[in-house]
Design a protein around this ligand. Structure first.
Ligand code: SAM
Ligand code: SF4
Length: 458
């Protein structure tokens, strides 16, 4: 594609749209929510269908951060008071026990991911207490994969060693950008030397896979500083790189996303150039593109998963494995039983209160219809493999003609290939995959959303 043609396509297709970390996407979950009974039944069903063979996953949300990064769209709670740790861990363990009481045999845990906020806000003693507490009621699956998100500014050798000794072999460091002007605007001063020290320590301890998060589209970002950020990054050779498009969602995150002005943000075509430049530099450094916004070295598990078409996508983004049941613990966590989703209370105080009343702290949820389940599979196929097929009986959709009509224009723009019972997104059109998914999104088609609820697709 010529860059002129590319720019006009970006202008045409850069519209507000979901990131498809779930289907249905959260704004289209049933307004009435989900009954507690339906949720626990769906958990029991997924558990009985999967615990013995594939095992289950746990996502634990650890919301605290010591200071606010002004770009951040995560569910976090800012405090410097580490006295909050104890009560939070107690609550997570109580919530886990509420789930264990629902399950009929010992859970076999295949995956644990600690996300945030900042898991490394917590002391190594508390991190160990939490993981030991989880395994009082569970066993390790034969193959397991435990990971956590770490802030380079506050991660210690002791935390890295403790988590490694508990079985964690993957970690991701939040980098974002190394440029001092960008760092000032996003209120996140973080030196390369700090990252280098902690990255090297993690490698020395034995972590198998280290990932770095970088964001393009941040305020004041230029081609020159993205080149410098990427040069620093590839010097350390992380196994994976998440190259996220900055999601500017001040209507959701309120005053958090301030400290810079809309005028300080790169314009659409410039933002895309930053992406293309990053992609080129990652390729030159030997990385391969995974799905929509990830890169990995060919030696990393995620790359192998992509080649074997085993990539999965959930609320944490792309993962190399899939379990039918993912239980989310902690404030704002989303659980996924394949047949249903449920999200916990989004304020830490409400979360703690509800669990202390002895209740699962659900705030909203959605029971998937038969049609949702089929669309969910197509969207996963597209996001992970850039193709989908409706040949098999269980993937047939009544509305396929309507969906293909919505894709006519993308077809004429040469972004996709449509066959009798299959659709392929061209590799050169990877950046438009969210737009292709939107054509399959029957809930979006039925209820045109009012106001801004999604970030831009490109
Ligand atoms: C929970 S943080 C990572 C751990 C730790 N809190 C830190 O900041 O280092 C998860 C990641 O989400 C990404 N992120 C947060 N807000 C974002 C936004 N508005 N747009 C794109 N990516 C975002 C950042 O790359 C960040 O590293
Ligand atoms: S980017 Fe990380 S450290 Fe910064 S506010 Fe968000 S979760 Fe906290």
């Amino acid at each position: 594609m010529t860059s002129k043609k590319n720019a006009s396509l970006i202008q045409k297709y850069n519209i507000p749209g979901p990131r498809y970390t779930s289907y249905p996407t959260v704004p289209f979950w049933d307004q009435e929510g989900i009954r507690l009974y339906d949720w626990t039944q769906s958990v029991k069903r997924a558990f009985s269908e999967s615990n013995k063979e594939e095992g289950i996953s746990l996502y634990i949300h650890m919301p605290y951060c010591e200071s606010l990064c002004t770009f951040c769209a995560c569910h976090k709670h800012i405090t410097k008071q580490h006295s909050v740790e104890d009560a939070y861990i107690d609550t997570v363990l109580k919530e886990w026990k509420l789930y264990v009481d629902v399950l009929e045999e010992k859970p076999s845990i295949r995956e644990i991911h600690l996300g945030g906020g900042t898991p490394t806000f917590f002391s190594s003693t508390n991190l160990k207490r939490m993981i030991d507490g989880i395994f009082e009621h569970a066993v390790h699956h034969d193959v397991y994969d435990f990971s956590f998100e770490a802030h380079p500014n506050d991660t210690t050798q002791k935390q890295l060693q403790t988590l490694f000794d508990l079985g964690f072999t993957r970690t991701s460091f939040g980098i974002q950008d190394y440029d001092p002007v960008v760092q000032l605007a996003i209120n996140r001063i973080q030196k390369f030397e700090t990252v280098e020290r902690i990255h090297t320590l993690a490698k020395k301890i034995g972590y198998e896979s280290i990932s770095h998060d970088i964001i393009f589209g941040l305020p004041h970002q230029t081609k020159e500083n993205i080149m410098q950020t990427i040069a620093n990054t590839v010097k350390l050779r992380p196994d994976r790189i998440a190259y996220y498009s900055y999601a500017h969602v001040p209507w959701i995150k309120g005053v958090g996303q301030r400290g810079f002005d809309e005028n300080d943000l790169p314009k659409d075509s410039h933002k895309r150039e930053l992406y293309e430049l990053g992609k080129q530099l990652f390729f030159e450094a030997g990385y391969e593109e995974i799905g929509m916004d990830h890169f990995a070295l060919p030696t990393d598990k995620m790359h192998k998963a992509m080649l074997e078409k085993r990539l999965h996508r959930n609320f944490m983004g792309y993962t190399a494995g899939k379990t039918k049941l993912m239980i989310g613990l902690g404030m704002s966590s989303i659980s996924d039983s394949w047949y249903a989703f449920a999200q916990n209370e989004k304020r830490v105080e409400d979360y703690i209160d509800r669990v202390n009343e002895g209740k699962l702290p659900l705030f909203r949820g959605h029971l998937l219809s038969d049609e949702d389940l089929v669309v969910r599979q197509h969207i996963l196929n597209l996001m992970c493999n850039l193709e989908t097929s409706w040949k098999d009986e269980h993937l047939k959709l009544n509305n396929i003609d309507e969906i293909l009509t919505r894709l006519n224009e993308m077809n004429s723009d040469n972004l996709i290939e449509i066959y009798e019972d299959r659709l392929v997104v061209k590799d050169s059109a990877r950046m438009f995959v969210r737009n292709v998914c939107m054509a399959f999104d029957l809930r979006l088609a039925d209820a045109k959303p009012e106001g801004r609820i999604f970030s831009m697709t490109i």
